[in-house]
Structure formats: structure tokens, C-alpha cells
Design a protein around this ligand. Structure first.
Ligand SMILES: Cc1ncc(C[n+]2csc(CCOP(=O)(O)OP(=O)(O)O)c2C)c(N)n1
Ligand SMILES: [Mg+2]
Length: 281
């Protein structure tokens, strides 16, 4: 735990973010990672502050823009372990478009969504995953939008690693994080997390009484079964790897990247750049 340091946070006491951060540090430690090898990327929000509370390289992006920054960094320097930690609003609302198209690119990055089903930082407006009817200070008659299903969306768009975890299930979360970080390609984990200040519905107890570990005989390579599993979200909420498929990632499908040195180690000839600029003069 010392390798990735401890910082004072701006989170409310009791927030699910604390254990997600702790599990992330444990997962990185257990995978034998050093801070210099890791790049943490966030957008805007309480969850998106996670990269600020861990000793590693970090990039804090605009709201909803963590994925393109993370993908670009990985494409430039394949030696980095690139991890996005950010919220449900940042990932599915403001960043919804990036979420979909990032899946299609399949860059080798990991995406941990702290899904508290609310816009926490801005004090409790409905997020894309808030339940229909959820009353907030803004949605005073209840949220009239139907919730977004991130697991179903990720599988439909072609993601190769799709999982769900719960911030209150430490051992399971660490093991899912390790599997996601080790996966070659885009790995997506929706982590259910209570927001104790602004979501009084999806509390720790709410999740605790509903979540269960997917059965041992479940086959995550079966896409139709995965679609079925992704529709379960109510009295019972499945945790675990819901879909997994090995497939070529961005680098392996890109002619320039798969041959030769990582971009960061290539020398750019000044003459070539000069010639290019001259073409526009
Ligand atoms: C372009 C833009 N739109 C809106 C905001 C205001 N804003 C800041 S954080 C946030 C919601 C974050 O929610 P989520 O990603 O779920 O993170 P949480 O705080 O719940 O962890 C919003 C709407 C902003 N900063 N920038
Ligand atoms: Mg949120």
C-alpha cells in the first residue's frame, strides 16, 4: 500500500470511493506494478479525483473526455499501464460518445467506472444510471428517463472484457481489477458504489442485499448468455466477469504500431517535419 502512497481526500466519510481506491492500490501492488509504469486518467467528478489520490503518473481531463486521453497515451507509449477511474456521469453521460467508440478501437486500457447512480460532485442530480422515478433536488417529480444499461451497451458495442463489481466486496473487487488490468485490450468494469450524501436510495445496504457472485458454471465467452445476464438489474444484481473474449487490440491491427518501436521511442527527423510544414506555407 505504501508504494502508491496515501493522500488526504475530499470525499465524504463513508463514501464507496475509499474502498475502490484501496482495492486499486492492492491490485497494482499484487500485480507487481511500480508507480512509474502506471498512468491514471480521470475526467471530472468525485470518482474522477481518484487519480489525484494515488502516486503514479496522472492526467486529469475535461468532463467526459478521460477515454480519448487515455487511449492516446497508450497508443503513444505502449509500455504504460493505463487506467481510467471516473464516474457514471463522466463515462456514460458527458462521455457517452467516447464510451461507445473507444470500445470499437479496443486500445489496451482499463476503465473503472465508479457507478453511484448519481452526479455526486454537483450535489445529486440524476445521472444516466439513476433509476426511473428517482427523486432528486432537480428531478423533483422523479427522474423521467429510463436508465442506461452500461453492461448491455458495452457487450453490444463489441467490448472484449465486461465486468461488474461492488465497492463493498473487497476481495472480489481486487480480483476483478487484477483481471481487467491484465486483459489485453479495452477492459471495462462497472463498479457499484454508494454515494452516502446524495443518493439515499442506492445505499450500501441496497447493493449488499442484491448483489451475488455469478455462478461457477457460467461461461463468460457465451455472448447470448452474457446479453441475458446484462439484463439482470433489480432484486438480484450479478457481479463478476459477464463477457470475455480474446481479440486483437488496436496496436495489433495498426500497421504502423505493430511494426517497430513504440511511438514514444521513435525519432522524428527535423527535415521531414520541415518539409511537411513547407507544404502548407
Ligand atoms: C462540460 C461540463 N458539464 C457539466 C459539468 C458539471 N459537472 C461536474 S461533475 C458532474 C457530474 C459528475 O458525475 P459522475 O461522473 O457520476 O461523478 P461523481 O461525482 O458522481 O463521482 C457535472 C455534471 C462540468 N464540469 N463540465
Ligand atoms: Mg456518479
Amino acid at each position: 500500500m505504501d508504494t502508491f502512497s496515501t493522500y488526504e481526500t475530499a470525499w465524504c466519510p463513508g463514501c464507496g470511493n475509499f474502498n475502490i481506491l484501496r482495492c486499486l492500490k492492492t491490485a497494482l501492488e499484487e500485480l507487481g506494478k511500480d508507480p512509474y509504469e502506471v498512468l491514471m486518467v480521470g475526467g471530472i467528478g468525485q470518482a474522477a479525483k481518484t487519480p489525484q489520490y494515488i502516486s503514479a503518473n496522472r492526467f486529469c481531463g475535461l468532463h467526459g473526455r478521460s477515454l480519448p486521453a487515455a487511449a492516446a497515451a497508450k497508443i503513444a507509449n505502449e509500455k504504460l499501464t493505463v487506467i481510467v477511474d471516473t464516474g457514471d456521469g463522466d463515462s456514460y453521460g458527458e462521455g457517452g460518445n467516447h464510451f461507445i467508440h473507444n470500445i470499437r478501437r479496443n486500445v489496451d486500457i482499463t476503465h473503472f467506472v465508479h457507478d453511484n447512480q448519481i452526479y455526486g460532485l454537483t450535489k445529486g442530480q440524476a445521472s444516466p444510471t439513476s433509476a426511473e422515478g428517482h427523486i432528486t433536488d432537480v428531478q423533483i417529480n422523479g427522474n423521467s428517463n429510463t436508465p442506461f444499461n452500461p453492461i448491455l451497451m458495452a457487450i453490444s458495442a463489441g467490448a472484449g472484457f465486461v465486468a461488474r463489481a461492488f465497492s463493498g466486496d473487497t476481495q472480489h473487487l481486487v480480483s476483478i481489477m487484477k483481471e481487467a488490468i491484465s486483459y489485453k485490450g479495452y477492459a471495462f468494469v462497472d463498479i457499484l458504489q454508494p454515494c452516502i450524501s446524495f443518493n439515499k436510495i442506492n445505499t450500501f445496504g441496497y447493493y449488499k442485499s442484491r448483489v451475488y457472485h455469478i455462478e461457477d458454471d457460467y461461461n463468460p465467452a457465451d455472448k447470448l448468455e452474457a446479453f441475458k445476464k446484462s439484463l439482470e438489474f433489480g432484486d438480484k444484481i450479478p457481479l463478476g466477469v459477464i463477457y470475455r473474449e480474446e481479440k486483437a487490440d488496436f496496436d495489433e491491427r495498426n500497421q504502423v504500431l505493430k511494426s517497430g518501436l513504440p511511438l514514444v521511442d521513435r525519432q522524428t527527423s527535423k527535415e521531414v517535419v520541415q518539409k511537411l510544414i513547407q507544404e502548407f506555407v
